[in-house]
Design a protein around this ligand. Structure first.
Ligand code: E4P
Length: 217
C-alpha cells in the first residue's frame, strides 16, 4: 500500500518525506485555505513547490464544476509538473472530464466518492485513483472501511485498473484497516502516520534495553 500525506502544509510534507515512506501528496481547496494560500497564481506556485519536495504523485484539485472549466483547469494544473494528478469531483461533468483526461494521458483522482456505484463510474471513466472518504462516511454513522472492502472486491472481480485511494483518514487504526481491506493507497494526516509508530510496550521495552545497556558500557 502506498502512503500519501493529506495536507498542503510544507513543514508536515517535509517531515513525512524525511521518514522515507512517502509516495505522494493529496490536497484540496480546504487544505490550501488552511495554509492561507489564496488566488490561482499562489495555488499553482504552491503545487510546484510540493512537486519539488516530493518525488511522487501530487493531487491538485479543480474548482470548476462544468466540463469545459474542469478540462481547462486540469490542463493548466497538469502542465505544472509531470507528477501532477488532476483531482476531479464525482459529479456528472466530472465523470465526463475524467474520461477526457484518460483519453489525453492526464492522470486523475476522482474525489468525494461515498458509494460503490460512484466508484464503478469513476473506474469506467478510467480514473487513475478513486478516493472514498472513509472518515466522513464513519461520521455519518455508516462504515467507511466496509466501502473500501466492497470497492476492492468489485475492482478485483471486474478487472478495473483504478487504484483505491482511501481518503479522509482520521487515525492510525483507519490506516491498518484500509490495508486489510485492500486499499492501494492511504492518504493520511501526519498525526495518523506517526500514530502507527506508537505502542507502550515499545517504549517500555526500549527504556529497559537502554537501562541494561549501561551495565556493559
Ligand atoms: C483527500 O483527498 C481528501 O480531500 C481528504 O482526505 C478529506 O479529508 P477530511 O474528511 O478530513 O476533510
Amino acid at each position: 500500500m502506498k502512503f500519501f500525506i493529506d495536507t498542503a502544509n510544507l513543514a508536515q510534507i517535509k517531515e513525512a518525506n524525511d521518514l522515507g515512506i512517502l509516495d505522494g501528496v493529496t490536497t484540496n481547496p480546504s487544505l490550501m485555505a488552511k495554509e492561507g494560500i489564496q488566488g490561482s497564481e499562489a495555488v499553482m506556485a504552491h503545487y510546484k513547490t510540493i512537486c519539488e519536495l516530493v518525488d511522487g504523485d501530487i493531487s491538485a484539485e479543480v474548482i470548476s464544476t462544468d466540463f469545459a472549466g474542469i478540462v481547462k483547469e486540469g490542463k493548466a494544473l497538469a502542465a505544472i509538473h509531470p507528477n501532477i494528478v488532476v483531482k476531479v469531483p464525482m459529479i456528472k461533468d466530472g465523470v465526463k472530464a475524467l474520461k477526457w483526461f484518460t483519453d489525453n494521458g492526464i492522470k486523475t483522482n476522482c474525489t468525494l466518492v461515498f458509494s460503490a456505484g460512484q466508484a464503478i463510474l469513476a473506474a469506467k471513466a478510467g480514473a487513475t485513483y478513486v478516493s472514498p472518504f472513509i472518515g466522513r462516511i464513519d461520521d455519518s454513522s455508516w462504515d467507511g472501511i466496509e466501502l473500501i472492502s466492497q470497492i476492492a472486491h468489485i475492482y478485483g472481480t471486474q478487472g478495473f485498473k483504478s487504484e483505491i485511494l482511501a481518503a479522509s483518514i482520521r487515525n492510525a487504526l483507519h490506516i491498518v484497516k484500509c490495508a486489510e481491506a485492500g486499499a492501494d493507497v492511504c492518504t493520511c494526516p501526519l498525526d495518523s502516520i506517526l500514530g502507527l509508530l506508537k505502542h507502550p510496550l515499545t517504549d517500555i521495552g526500549l527504556a529497559k534495553f537502554l537501562e541494561d545497556a549501561k551495565k556493559f558500557a
